[in-house]
Every structure is written in structure tokens, then in C-alpha cells.
Ligand binder design. Structure first.
Ligand code: NAP
Length: 610
């Protein structure tokens, strides 16, 4: 896809689930009709392009994954540009335009794109076109389509300037021939037809709020130029109002029924390009009592016949189907009940510009809760069965797609007397699930076993730490001559006798010395003590301020947090900042800088989920 034409630009995409790639391909295709040629590469193919010497404009399409991380394919690139020894003019020669993809339901919206954008700016690179941030929550196309529409003029202008810079005025004609008379790049956005045609009930101010918000959603990062709200520009307070009516996408696919005969493509081949393994579920255990507020299950998988490998701290993904009842209900609503077993051929309608046609069925990711050293050939994980209670918008309560499906699948293992028993009276299962690895780069045990570490994992956040402790126990058995640092676990749940996960296992780890300190709190057990006991993990952590400071600052130890991001992990970080500030007699800002340094050194590590 490379070319040496003077109208060349470099097109890089960083994709996690294929959307950024699809959009880059759209740009690549459209480039031809604008007399331009894109040299397109995945951002990970660092041997195929060189930003250090790149003279042509660069277009970057980048998505966001996890809790605001750049996609896995961009990890190396980001690491490279984040090298703190790079001078501030490192990319002074570079002109670029960036399109970030994200989902505003997540706290760090478009953070993958924002991280790269910010760093390129710090290194002196120049925008030739305003950054676009597209929101999957309202429909990526609301930003993507107008952003691509405006890109061509901006690119031509950038190429023109580049030629002028090079003193090659004689070749400018070729480029300018298709330019409009506008003397500068105009970044006005063309509203996508969906937005223009958005039909809403005439509700006065409410409707105009909706329209303005839609428009605001498609605004680029630079502030609106006009001070009057209009269909092209929105200004506060309208632009800040929280609205959530998604635009209806135009029809873009064609469905043909092909009867019940045909080739049945394997589910995983349809929904994942990654290395997928189909493995049997060998054990299912309910970790919580019947009267616990949440039901936590542990599942054990047999991976011995596969090359699947993991380290404690890694995650992996489970591929799940849609809920069969919901599929039937939907078919019924669509009047297609008869066609439930038919194969369908789905084609993209001619002339559609939508590129992310059918988002892949998303696999669900879980932290591994075992050690391959402790249980060779086995992989365990823990999850709560997520329940969405009935409410006015949802007349019938429902379970989470994957956890609900898994719970049903393993029900014969959980309730053996109701189901098949083998000759020894043990329950067995022939159920298999499809999984693929999602390794974590940093959330692993310290490489040096003599270094102390602290783990914080309330609720199912304890999951990876069981793997850590199992691993550690084995290492201690196998290497009696090694020195092992102290280990701390802060755990919290609601009731001591209902949802204290892995209570017996933790006691064993404590007794055999694998775990040095176990600190547990119960948020809903009543107490008769004069002083109220700590409620949350951060409350117990505060009680051990001196030890936290010693482990982190004097002994260069590690601090791991796993669990809920929005509340728990931020609460724990606040507690650690307080501790650092108190123990070092530093102000809050100074303490925050130390925490940032610990994060940078990968000694304060989080595996957190929103
Ligand atoms: P949970 O049962 O909802 O809560 C565990 C304990 O945390 C309860 O005692 C709860 O107290 C308390 N808590 C509530 N708000 C808190 C706050 N602001 N600070 C500290 N503690 C607080 O926990 P869970 O549902 O298991 O949630 C764990 C989280 O870990 C989920 O977000 C999950 O997605 C994530 N996670 C799961 C895995 C996995 O592999 N399954 C891996 C990593 C992370 P009260 O409710 O009484 O207030």
C-alpha cells in the first residue's frame, strides 16, 4: 500500500476490536477519489514507517481499551514516544491529524487517543487538522463521518504547505487544482444526515437541547468559534446538558435468508480472530452463601490439552452467545420466529459509508484466579452473577450476558443431585467454553521474591491474589533457600459468614507463612464495639499507615489493587496519598507526585474495572 507520490500521506491505525482499522480502511479507500494516496499500516508495524523522518502528513486513528488504555497494538508505540529522554522538538517536523475512538460511558473517554495526541504535542508535532473524538455511546459515525469529510481539504492544505516549505512551488499546481478557493483550512463540520434528519417530538427547549447536544458530540476538540448556539455550534449551558438519545443509524445492511442448510461456521471463528481454545469446565463452586447479596462463582477449566499459558495476574476472555430466550423473543417481535434456524447472508448495502457495520460480539474478560505452578493444566476464575433488577424501563429482571450464561451452563456442577452423576457419585460436565488469552503486561508478582508487597482486593477483586498466593506457596516449597519478602492482603466484603470469599484458603496461606498479614473488614456486619470497626479496605489501610509507608518507600515494595475502579480503587489511592503525606510530612501535592512516581516505576499497580 506504499507509494512515493507527492500526494502521499501516512495513515496509522491502532485497533483493539477492529473499528479503528475499519475506519482507517475507509479513509484509505476514499483517499483515491480525492487524488491522494495513503500509506496505511497498523501502528504496531514499526518497521514499516518511521515518524522520526516522516515528512508527509500523518493521520492516526486510535481506539481506547480497558480503563482508558491505548489498544494493545499501540503499546510499543506509546512506550517509545513516552521515552522521557526525547527532546521537546523530537517531532517538530511532523504534521498530523488524529481521530480517537471511545465510549463516554467509561471514565477516561478516548484516553488512548488523548494520550498519543498529548505526547505528540509535547514532542513538537503540529496538528494539520483538529483532533476528532468519536463516542461509541451515541454512534461513532456522528463524529467519524464529518471528520473524514473535512480531512481531505486539510490534507491538501497540509501537503501544499509542505511543498511550499520545501521550495517546490512548481509542483504545487497539481495539488491546488482540486482545492476550493478558501485561503485556509475550514474546519466547519457537515452534520451527518442522521443528525440533520433527527426527528424529535416538538418539546420546545428539550428538543433543542437534544439537537445541541448531538452537535456538541460532533464538535472537535477545539472550542466552537461562534458564541451563539446553532446547529453547527453549541455553547454552554446547552452543550453541557446530559442527554442520551442515540441517533438512529441509517439502514446499511441487507439480509437474505438461506434456509436451514448450509455450512455452520464455528462461532468463535465468526467473533474472534485471536487464538481461541475450547476447553472443558471441570469444576464450579459457589463461593457465597445463599443469603449473600451477590452470588460469586468459581469455575475451573481444563487447559491441559491446549498451549494456553498464563501467569498469575493475567486475564483472559470468554466468548459467550446471546441469551437463547432473548433471541427467541427478538425473533418473535420481528415476526421471524419461523426463521430461527435459518442461515442468513448479511451484505453491506451498496453506497453505505458506514464502516463499522456489525460490531463483533464482545468477549468478556476475567482475571485468572489460579497459578499454573500450583494447579498445572488448570485455570480458575471468579465472577459475580450480575443481575439487573426489574425497573420501569426493564419490566423483567435479567442477568448479565456472560455471567448469566456461565451460571446456567455450570448449574449441573453446582447442583449435582438434580443432574447426572458418574459412577463414583461425583458430578461431571461435558460443557466446554471458548476462551482466549488477554495477558497483562505489568500486574504480576515482583520479579524479586525478597521484595515485600501489599494486595488490596475486596469482593471478587481478590481473584488474582489467590493466583499470586498459590504461586508464592509453590515457590516457597520449591526454593527453600530463597529469601521471601512479607506479603499483605487487605480484603473486604459485606458479611463475615456470607461472602467472605476464599476464607479457608486464606487461613491456610496465613498458617503456612505464604501470607504474612491478612486484614479483613466487613461493611455490613453489626458491631457492639465502642469504636466502630473499619468498614472498607481503605479504612484498614489507614490503620497500617506506617507499614504502608515502610513497604513502599523504604523497602521498594509493591502495592496491588484489584476491583471496582470508580469507588474502591480511587478511595484506596486517596488513603495512600494521605499516608504518604502524613508519613513524609509532605503536602498533598507532593504526596500525589510520589504516588505518580510509584505508578511510573510500576510498583503501584491496578487491575480495576468500571
Ligand atoms: P462487592 O461485593 O460489590 O463489594 C465488596 C466490598 O466492597 C463490599 O463490602 C462493599 O461494601 C465494599 N465497597 C463498596 N463501596 C466501596 C468503596 N467505595 N470503597 C471500598 N469498598 C467498597 O464487590 P464485587 O462486586 O465483587 O466487585 C469487585 C469489582 O472487581 C467489580 O467491579 C468487578 O468487575 C471487579 N473485578 C472482577 C474481577 C474478576 O475477575 N471477576 C477481576 C478484577 C476486578 P458495601 O456494598 O456494603 O458498601
Amino acid at each position: 500500500m506504499c507509494c512515493n507520490s507527492k500526494r502521499r500521506f501516512l495513515l496509522l491505525y491502532a485497533t483493539q476490536k477492529g473499528q479503528a482499522k475499519a475506519i482507517a480502511e475507509e479513509i484509505w479507500q476514499q483517499a483515491g477519489t480525492h487524488g491522494l494516496e495513503a500509506d496505511m499500516h497498523c501502528i504496531s508495524e514499526m518497521d514499516k514507517y518511521n515518524l522520526e523522518t516522516e515528512k508527509d502528513p500523518v493521520v492516526i486513528v486510535i481506539s481506547t481499551t480497558g480503563t482508558g488504555d491505548p489498544p494493545d497494538t499501540a503499546r510499543k508505540f506509546v512506550k517509545k514516544i513516552q521515552d522521557s529522554t526525547l527532546p521537546p522538538d523530537h517531532f517538530a517536523h511532523l504534521q498530523y491529524g488524529l481521530l480517537g475512538l471511545g465510549d463516554s460511558e467509561y471514565m477516561f473517554f478516548c484516553n488512548g487517543g488523548k494520550t498519543v495526541d498529548r505526547r505528540l504535542q509535547e514532542l513538537g508535532a503540529q496538528h494539520f487538522y483538529d483532533t476528532g473524538l468519536a463516542d461509541d455511546c451515541v454512534g461513532l459515525e456522528l463524529v467519524v463521518d464529518p471528520w473524514i469529510d473535512g480531512l481531505w481539504l486539510a490534507l491538501k492544505e497540509a501537503l501544499l504547505l509542505q511543498k511550499e516549505k520545501e521550495g517546490m512551488n512548481n509542483v504545487v499546481d497539481a495539488v491546488t487544482s482540486s482545492l476550493s478557493p478558501a485561503p485556509h483550512v475550514v474546519h466547519e463540520l457537515n452534520l451527518s444526515s442522521e443528525v440533520q434528519n433527527l426527528k424529535l417530538e416538538d418539546e420546545g427547549a428539550k428538543s433543542s437541547d437534544v439537537l445541541s447536544q448531538k452537535v456538541d458530540d460532533i464538535n472537535l476538540v477545539t472550542p466552537a468559534r461562534n458564541t451563539e448556539p446553532s446547529l453547527v455550534n453549541s455553547i454552554p449551558p446547552l452543550s453541557q446538558s446530559a442527554l442520551n438519545i442515540p441517533a438512529l443509524p441509517p439502514e446499511y445492511i441487507e439480509v437474505q435468508f438461506q434456509g436451514t442448510h448450509g455450512e455452520n461456521p464455528h462461532l468463535s471463528s465468526l467473533i474472534s480472530e485471536e487464538t481461541t481454545f475450547e476447553v472443558p469446565v471441570t469444576k464450579a463452586v459457589q463461593l457465597t452463601r445463599e443469603d449473600a447479596i451477590k452470588t460469586a462463582l468459581l469455575l475451573e477449566l481444563d487447559i491441559s490439552d491446549t498451549v494456553f499459558d498464563y501467569q498469575p495476574g493475567d486475564a483472559f476472555c470468554v466468548i459467550c452467545p446471546n441469551n437463547a430466550n432473548e433471541v427467541e423473543e427478538l425473533l418473535h417481535i420481528l415476526g421471524l420466529s419461523e426463521k430461527g434456524d435459518d442461515f442468513v447472508c448479511i451484505k453491506v448495502k451498496q453506497g453505505t459509508r458506514k464502516k463499522e457495520h456489525l460490531p463483533k460480539l464482545q468477549a468478556r474478560s476475567y482475571s485468572v484466579s489460579s497459578s499454573n505452578l500450583y494447579q498445572p493444566g488448570r485455570l480458575c476464575f471468579v465472577f459475580n452473577i450480575v443481575e439487573f433488577p426489574a425497573c420501569p424501563a426493564r419490566p423483567v429482571s435479567r442477568k448479565g450476558v456472560c455471567t448469566g450464561w456461565l451460571a446456567e451452563l455450570v448449574s449441573p456442577l453446582l447442583h449435582p443431585n438434580k443432574n447426572t452423576l458418574d459412577t463414583k457419585g461425583e458430578s461431571f460436565s461435558t460443557e466446554k467454553i471458548s476462551i482466549f488469552p488477554r495477558p497483562n503486561n505489568t500486574f504480576h508478582l515482583p520479579a524479586d521474591p525478597s521484595v515485600p508487597f501489599m494486595m488490596v482486593g475486596p469482593g471478587t477483586g481478590i481473584s488474582p491474589f489467590i493466583g499470586f498466593l498459590q504461586h508464592r506457596q509453590k515457590l516457597r516449597e520449591q526454593h527453600t533457600d530463597w529469601e521471601f519478602g512479607e506479603t499483605w492482603l487487605f480484603f473486604g466484603c459485606r458479611h463475615q459468614d456470607r461472602d467472605y470469599l476464599f476464607k479457608d484458603e486464606l487461613r491456610c496461606f496465613l498458617e503456612n507463612g505464604t501470607l504474612t498479614h491478612l486484614k479483613v473488614c466487613f461493611s455490613r456486619d453489626s458491631s457492639t464495639a465502642e469504636v466502630a470497626p473499619p468498614k472498607y479496605v481503605q479504612d484498614i489501610i489507614r490503620l497500617y499507615a506506617k507499614e504502608v509507608a515502610r513497604v513502599l518507600l523504604e523497602e521498594k515494595g509493591y502495592f496491588y489493587i484489584c476491583g471496582d475502579k470508580k469507588h474502591m480503587a480511587d478511595g484506596v489511592s486517596d488513603a495512600v496519598v494521605e499516608i504518604l503525606s502524613m508519613e513524609m510530612e509532605a503536602d498533598r501535592l507532593e504526596a500525589m507526585k510520589i504516588l505518580a512516581m510509584l505508578r511510573e516505576e510500576k510498583r503501584y499497580l491496578q487491575d480495576v474495572w468500571s
